[in-house]
Design a protein around this ligand. Structure first.
Ligand code: PHE
Length: 495
C-alpha cells in the first residue's frame, strides 16, 4: 500500500484513542486542511475513520477584545483613582458615562473600592484589587490559551456582560482502524517527498533519487465558493454583449412611464384587459405624467378613434388623454422602443435593451411580479418575417441554443406576430421564451415611419431556464431563491 508523506505523518501522530484534526495539525506542523485531506485518503484505504464533532469554545466579542487590550472598565477606573479617592463628579470629567456606569457596580461587587457620601457627591476610595478570575479568563481567551481550567462563575459573568460568547465549531475527529494501528505498529518510514519542483531543485539536481508526491485528483477537498456575479447578472452581461456584437445599440429609459408609451402608442385600446389594475401596477403619487408630446398625442388619438390616414378603421371609441397620462410600472420594455422610435425615425436602425419589467401576475414556477425583458427592434426599408426568425436563430445560437419553434400569435401592435419557443433540457417541453412581430402601420403612422420595423420582447429568465435546466423561476431570484443552486452555477458567461 502506498502512502503519501502527509498520510504517513498523520498515521504516526494519532494515538490509540484518536485525535482532533486541529491537534494532529499541531503535532505534525501540517495545516488543518492538509491533515483532513490526508485523513480522508487514509479512510479510503481502510486505515482511519473521520467523524464530524462539534466543539464549543469561548471567544471574545468586539467589546471583549477591547477590554482584553485596555482592561475591564472597573480595572481602568480603579487604577486611575488616587489613594485618597476621587469624587464621582470629577471622575465624570475624565471618563465616559458608559465606562463609569459599568465600573461602579463591579467596583462594589468585587470590593475594589469604598463609596462615601460627601457634600452631595460620592467619594470613591480605592481598595486593594488583586487580579480577579474573570480578568484571568479574559487574558487566557485573548491569547488563545487552553480553556479547560476557566472558572465557571467568572465565565458566567463574562457571558452575561457580553464580553465573551460561545462559538460552536465543527471539527474532524480522526481515529485509526485496527488495520491502521497495525500498520503503525509495524512502523512507517517517512522519507522526504518532492511535492513541488522549484527552479532551484532543477538547477541543483537535488530532486534526483527522491520520491515524487502523487496527486489524487478524485480525493475529496473543501469546497470554496468565491464571490461572483449573480447568474442573472452574468446572463444579462452576456446577452448585452451578444447583441452589441450583432450591431445593436442599447436603449435606456424609465421604469415608471406614462401609459401613453406603455400602451397607447402601441395601438392598445384603452379598454384592453391588460390595462386594468389586475395586470399593471398604477402609481398613486404622482398619478400622471406632466406632459406628452403634442404632435404624437394628436396622431395617436386619431389612429385610435378612426384609423387616421392609415386606411384602418381604428378602434372606434373616444380616446382619453388622461388615461394615456397615467403613470405605471412598465409591463414591458416596448415603452423604450416607443420612446426611441420618436427619435430614430429613419432607417437603418438596430436597438435593444435588457431591463426589468413589472406585471401583476399570480406568482408560480414560471412567473414573478418582476422579470427581465430582452427587447429589440430593427428598422429597414424592407424586412420580412424571415428576417425576424433569422435574427432569433442567430441570437440564440450565439448563446448555445439551437432548437427553436415559432407559433403565430396576436398583438395589437404587430401583424404578423410570432411566439418563440425553446426546448427545456430536462423536461424536453417547448417553453415560451418570447413574443415578437412586425409593427403595424397604425403604430408606426403617428411617427411618420413608412418603412418596416421588426421587434421582440424575450424573457431573460426563460433563457436561463433552458441554459441551466432549472424548473422554477423562484430559485433564481426573489425571497425563496435557492442559495445552493446559485452557488453551483459555474462562471462561464464572463468572457
Ligand atoms: N411587448 C411584448 C411582450 O411583452 C413583446 C413584443 C415586443 C412583441 C415587440 C412584439 C413586438 O410580450
Amino acid at each position: 500500500m502506498e502512502l503519501s508523506t502527509n498520510e504517513k505523518l498523520v498515521l504516526k501522530a494519532i494515538g490509540e484513542s484518536g485525535m482532533m484534526a486541529r491537534d494532529v495539525s499541531k503535532a505534525t506542523g501540517l495545516k488543518v486542511e492538509a491533515v483532513t485531506h490526508a485523513a480522508y485518503l487514509l479512510a479510503e484505504k481502510g486505515l482511519a475513520s473521520v467523524k464530524d464533532e462539534v466543539r464549543s469554545e469561548y471567544v471574545l466579542t468586539e467589546e471583549g477584545r477591547r477590554y482584553a487590550e485596555q482592561g475591564l472598565p472597573e480595572r481602568v477606573i480603579h487604577d486611575a483613582l488616587p489613594h485618597s479617592g476621587e469624587p464621582l463628579s470629577r471622575l465624570k470629567e475624565r471618563f465616559t458615562q458608559s465606562t463609569i456606569g459599568i465600573a461602579m457596580g463591579w467596583l462594589r461587587q468585587k470590593g475594589w473600592a469604598r463609596f462615601e457620601r460627601r457634600d452631595g457627591d460620592t467619594l470613591i476610595v480605592p481598595l486593594p484589587a488583586p487580579m480577579s478570575p474573570d480578568e484571568e479568563a479574559l487574558s487566557i481567551i485573548g491569547k488563545g490559551g487552553p480553556q479547560e481550567g476557566l472558572q465557571e462563575k467568572a465565565m458566567k459573568d463574562l457571558l452575561r456582560r457580553n464580553i465573551v460568547e460561545i462559538k460552536e465549531e465543527r471539527e474532524k475527529f480522526i481515529a485509526l482502524t485496527p488495520e491502521g494501528l497495525e500498520l503503525k505498529k509495524k512502523g512507517v518510514a517517512v522519507e522526504e517527498e518532492v511535492g513541488q519542483l522549484t527552479p532551484e531543485m532543477l538547477a541543483s539536481g537535488s530532486w534526483q533519487g527522491k520520491p515524487f508526491k502523487r496527486y489524487d485528483v478524485s480525493a475529496p477537498v473543501i469546497m470554496e465558493y468565491g464571490g461572483k456575479k449573480h447568474v442573472l447578472r452574468m446572463a444579462m452581461d452576456s446577452v448585452k454583449r451578444t447583441l452589441i456584437e450583432m450591431g445593436f445599440k442599447e436603449m435606456e429609459g424609465p421604469m415608471v412611464d406614462a401609459e401613453f408609451y406603455v400602451n397607447d402608442i402601441l395601438f392598445m385600446p384603452q379598454d384592453h384587459p391588460a390595462r386594468t389594475q389586475w395586470d399593471q401596477f398604477n402609481l398613486k403619487r404622482p398619478k400622471y405624467i406632466k406632459q406628452l408630446p403634442r404632435d404624437l398625442v394628436n396622431k395617436v388619438k386619431e389612429v385610435h378613434e378612426n384609423g387616421g390616414d392609415t386606411g384602418s378603421l381604428g378602434w372606434n371609441y373616444r380616446w382619453d388623454e388622461n388615461i394615456a397620462k397615467r403613470l405605471v410600472l412598465r409591463g414591458h420594455t416596448t415603452s423604450l422602443t416607443a420612446r426611441y422610435l420618436a427619435i430614430y425615425r429613419k432607417p437603418p436602425q438596430k436597438f435593444f435593451s435588457v431591463a426589468p419589467v413589472f406585471r401583476n401576475d399570480a406568482i408560480d414556477m414560471t412567473h414573478l411580479l418582476e422579470f427581465y425583458q430582452i427587447e429589440g427592434w430593427v428598422m429597414d426599408e424592407q424586412l420580412s418575417m424571415r428576417d425576424l426568425m433569422g435574427t432569433f436563430k442567430e441570437f440564440y445560437s450565439r448563446l448555445g441554443i439551437e432548437e427553436l419553434r415559432f407559433k403565430p400569435t396576436y398583438n395589437p401592435y404587430t401583424e404578423p406576430s410570432l411566439e418563440i419557443y425553446g426546448k427545456h433540457p430536462r423536461s424536453g417541453r417547448m417553453i415560451e421564451v418570447g413574443n415578437s412581430g412586425m409593427f403595424r402601420k397604425e403604430m408606426l403612422a403617428p411617427y411618420g415611419i413608412e418603412c418596416d420595423v421588426i421587434a421582440w420582447g424575450l424573457a431573460l429568465e426563460r433563457l436561463l431556464m433552458i441554459l441551466y435546466g432549472y424548473e422554477d423561476i423562484r430559485d433564481l431570484h426573489g425571497p425563496l431563491c435557492d442559495i445552493n443552486f446559485l452557488r453551483s452555477v459555474p462562471v462561464i458567461w464572463q468572457r
